[in-house]
Ligand binder design. Structure first.
Ligand code: SPV
Ligand code: MN
Length: 662
């Protein structure tokens, strides 16, 4: 269980402001008339105390209260350029931001949950006792904003009014962080009090980049106080570490869904997208994938895109599943984004009309950004995440420095993207999700798409996500387990999270029509793993709408499927028709046989890997192992009859035999 407001409120303790009277006096002293008047509109005393304590702790020279108006956002962007956190690029409304070379991603080694004595956190996470974190914040954040401007924004993670939208304060001295917040999140300054009243709580984020020198990076910390729903970040700039409205608050959202919305709410690392068919029907999807495994690509493949990273989901009173995107923009990896695979995104990146913050890509002499995998001609020199760059430049270890960092990003609003669906995306009712997908990077085991036979099987598909960078990186068991692609963001015990997944998807509150199907997706199967010789993938990005459309039809009961022990597989004729009608592509039978034959031993090995690793966790629901046992038994029976590789035709024959026998 998670107990809110337990233990000392660190921000209040180090700030020392205890009463609303003291807070107001501090505002009088620190804020100019304009910003004082702006803050005067906020009545929630708890929020005012948080802001006052952040000021008392960080001691900025000035405080800028943003209302989220177009003018205020313009001002923040200008401040960022003046301050040098961003530089303008050739294209209108584009800027570039660099994080230090040593901070190109989330600093997991310096990221901690703040806990009370005896509180359990996920075995995957680091924790720090409340008293130690308090001492650290006091030592390192006192006066950290001297000489700087503190910015305060009032946001909502989700369309205002939505059941699972969470109001949040973002307090930072970094103009890049606030500018990113302006793009990625919805301001609700005018309605903040009302949203806090609806949600019954709000989240607080305090960040200070300090001097932003490499020598300060060892002291960088990301703290998440679960009990007080407050984050602290210092001496870092990468948005995944600093804009804690994103992954910091996602962790709180996971906690709130797991412990206060059990069985009715989920908070997931998932995209949300819709697929409209010729009939005019749109089917909504939410899907999980670890970073760099095609999550943004899948989201963008939809005809009605909503979000690419996070989803707040619940069972509505009408027995359907709903999802909202807590964000309104994307902080997307640019590596491998190109015209062929990502036409909508490329239009935003390469044509005028979209406000973009680029990070950690190469900028050439003409102030144009370049990145790996864009299928364009690359310049021989420029400036990138490691400083001045020229073709062939090596790092200290003798490795060639790529043109852009693999985690280089672009930040832009969803509404700039052609296939964004604002009507559904901005609706507090959310999208009515019919299909859940789980994907990873799996070069040799699972087919491109399969559907869990029951909600329980689906939950186990989610628990079993794996990733690996490339086929060559996969050793004997060289795959990384990525349960639900959400494990880094599950603060509490995995068993609590897992049982709430079973409870949610098996809930009697779903109507038959409302209950979603749960499926696996895998874009990374190679030719070599299916009897070929090349490391080439058996599919390509443009196939994605086919897999999604087949799932849509399956969810609506319009296509039959092959009943295998591990799930339902598509029939060849259905796929061939969809490949032809949707992407005008020939789909040969032998490719289908390669993609959808069951490689029994590989799946059995994968099940063993999962069983062994998950077996080390405490108190996991027994259902998990029952499902693995069921899959294993079914696979063993298949192997006995057909050998280690079972073709779709044999799978059909086997399922007919089972059907007649029972
Ligand atoms: C991810 O890594 O899953 C991201 C980027 O979405 S970060 O903000 O770093 O989490
Ligand atoms: Mn993510």
């Amino acid at each position: 269980m998670l107990e809110l407001k337990k233990g000392i409120d660190i921000l209040a303790e180090v700030g020392g402001i205890k009463s609303i009277g003291e807070a107001k006096k501090l505002f009088q002293d620190k804020l100019d008339q304009t910003h004082l008047a702006r803050l005067g509109k906020i009545k929630n005393e708890e929020a005012l105390l948080k802001i006052a304590n952040a000021i008392a702790l960080c001691q900025p020279d000035r405080v800028f209260i943003t209302t989220g108006s177009a003018e205020d956002m313009k001002q923040v962007r200008k401040m960022s350029i003046d301050k040098g956190e961003e530089s303008p690029l050739a294209m209108k409304d584009h800027t570039i931001h660099y994080d230090l070379p040593e901070e190109q991603g989330r600093i997991v080694d310096r990221t901690f949950y703040i806990v009370n004595p005896d509180e359990k956190v996920s075995v995957l996470a680091k924790k720090m006792l409340r008293d130690d974190a308090l001492a650290y914040v006091r030592e390192h954040m006192t006066g950290i904003m001297k000489g700087k401007t503190m910015m305060v924004g009032f946001f909502c993670r989700g369309p205002a009014g939505a059941k699972m939208a969470l109001p949040a304060l973002e307090i930072s001295s970094s103009t890049y962080v606030m500018h990113s917040g302006d793009i990625l999140y919805r301001h609700v300054y005018d309605r903040f009090d009302e949203q806090v009243e609806r949600a019954g709580l709000f989240l607080t984020n305090v960040h200070a980049e300090g001097l932003n020198r490499p020598e300060d990076l060892p002291n960088a910390r990301v703290f998440m106080d679960r009990s007080w729903l407050t984050t602290f970040a210092m001496f870092c700039t990468y948005a995944g570490n600093t804009l804690l409205l994103k992954k910091g608050n996602h962790r709180f959202a996971v906690d709130l869904a797991t412990y206060y919305g059990k069985g009715e709410q989920l908070s997931e690392h998932m995209f949300i997208t819709g697929m409209k068919e010729d009939s005019g029907r749109t089917t909504w999807f939410a899907g999980a994938a670890p970073s760099g495994c095609g999550k943004t690509t899948t989201a963008m493949a939809g005809t009605d895109f909503i979000g690419d990273d996070l989803a707040q989901m619940w069972i509505a009173d009408d027995g359907t599943m709903r999802a909202i995107n807590p964000e309104q923009g994307i902080f997307g990896i640019v590596a491998d984004v190109n015209r062929e695979g990502d036409p909508h995104l490329m239009k935003c990146l390469r044509e005028e009309g979209t406000e973009i913050i680029w990070s950690n890509v190469l900028i050439d002499e003409k102030k144009v950004p370049h990145w790996t995998g864009n299928n364009e001609k690359h310049p021989d020199k420029g400036f990138n995440f490691q400083g001045d760059w020229f073709k062939g430049k090596k790092d200290a270890n003798g490795n060639e420095i790529p043109i852009s960092h693999p985690n280089a990003r672009c930040t832009l609003r969803c509404k700039a993207i052609d296939n964004y669906d604002p009507a559904t995306g901005e609706s507090p009712e959310g999208a009515t999700v019919k299909v859940i997908t789980y994907s990873g990077r799996d070069s040799d085991t699972m087919p491109p798409v399969w559907v869990g036979k029951t909600p329980e099987h689906g939950v186990v598909i989610g628990a079993s996500i794996v990733s690996a960078a490339t086929a060559t990186e996969v050793g004997a068991s060289g795959v990384k387990r990525q349960p639900w692609a959400n494990a880094p963001f599950i603060p509490g015990a995995l068993s609590d999270y897992m049982s709430s997944q079973f409870e949610f998807f098996g809930s009697p509150k779903f109507t038959d029509a409302g209950r979603p199907i749960l499926a696996g997706l895998n874009y990374f199967l190679t030719d070599a793993s299916r009897g070929g010789t090349s490391p080439q993938l058996l599919g390509e990005k443009r196939d994605v709408p086919v897999w999604l459309t087949w799932l849509a039809k399956r969810a609506h009961g319009e296509v039959d499927a092959i009943d295998t022990p591990v799930g339902y597989l598509p029939l060849y004729d259905d796929l061939r028709e969809l490949f032809s009608s949707i992407i005008d592509k020939d789909y040969p039978r032998d490719l289908y046989d390669k993609q959808f034959s069951i490689y029994v031993d590989k799946i059995q090995d994968r099940i063993e890997l999962q069983r062994e690793a998950l077996g080390k966790e405490e108190n996991l629901p027994g259902k998990l192992f029952e499902v693995y046992d069921e899959w294993s038994r079914g696979l063993a029976a298949l192997k006995e009859k057909y050998g280690p590789v079972v073709t779709p035709d044999q799978l059909i024959e086997a399922s007919e035999l089972i059907a007649t026998a029972s």
